[in-house]
Design a protein around this ligand. Structure first.
Ligand code: SAH
Length: 223
């Protein structure tokens, strides 16, 4: 998986890159490349944004800057890039990220995330360069960086070798193994803490009963 992130704040990803499952995915051959529009802007003084036409607060990322960034980095006509890989503009109003979308993205060989800042993108960026518009929830973050990390985290942990235990990603919330339901409750030692006892069935060693109990609990949570 080749993950590219277009961001004005590449340093935000240093911490992310250092996390174990991200490191595992990178060691297994995935890449995380940060592309800073400030390094590619054709405008003077590192300018990347401008005041919105029609007035209003804040600044808008310029379409010519994103054009130059994608053109220089990929060496292609940037309107064609989305035919070669998914180019995902992050926006609070986009398609909500959920497990089916994560699975869809994890099956791609390469993704490019476009992180907005300030008031967001000039709409022509979304119209002419993006293949998708994705939201991590109906609330507004100050930039696309955390949203890109949410997407990248969810995608990378799906890849073989990212998690310490490969079974972890098979049977978890919203997986096919759980019929798309939230996961059942999990417990560990001590079996009794302050009188709060772990459900007996889990201590019984009856695998079939445990399986049935877990599926019932997952169905309850999914209601
Ligand atoms: N003015 C815009 C918000 C801009 S927030 C509006 O009202 O819709 C600045 C940037 O942060 C956005 O361009 C987007 O890239 C990112 N962002 C903010 N919230 C997000 C969310 N919930 N999901 C994905 N990206 C988000």
């Amino acid at each position: 998986m080749k993950l590219d992130v277009v961001t004005l704040f590449p340093e935000w990803f240093e911490w992310f890159r250092g996390q174990r499952h991200v490191g595992n995915a990178l060691a297994a051959g995935s890449t995380l490349t940060l592309i800073n529009p400030r390094d590619h802007t054709p405008l003077g003084g590192g300018q990347v944004d401008d005041a919105p036409f029609g007035g209003g607060a804040g600044m808008v990322l310029r379409v010519d800057v994103i054009d130059a960034t994608l053109r220089e980095h990929y060496g292609v006509e940037p309107t064609g890039l989305r035919h070669a890989r998914r180019v995902i503009a992050l926006s609070p109003a986009g398609r909500l990220l959920d497990e089916p979308l994560v699975a869809e993205l994890a099956a791609e060989p390469a993704l490019t995330f476009l992180c907005g800042r300030y008031e967001g993108f000039d709409e022509r960026i979304v119209e002419h360069y993006a293949s998708d518009v994705v939201s991590v929830g109906r609330y507004v973050l100050s930039g696309g960086e955390l949203a890109a990390m949410v997407c990248a985290d969810a995608v990378l942990r799906k890849l073989p070798g990212a998690l310490g235990h490969p079974g972890s990603a098979l049977e978890e919330s919203f997986s096919e193994a759980l019929e798309g339901l939230p996961e059942y409750p999990q417990y560990t030692r001590p079996a009794d803490f302050r009188g709060w006892r772990v459900p007996e069935v889990l201590l019984s060693g009856h695998h079939e009963e445990i399986r049935r109990w877990r599926l019932e609990r997952a169905r309850e949570r999914g209601r």
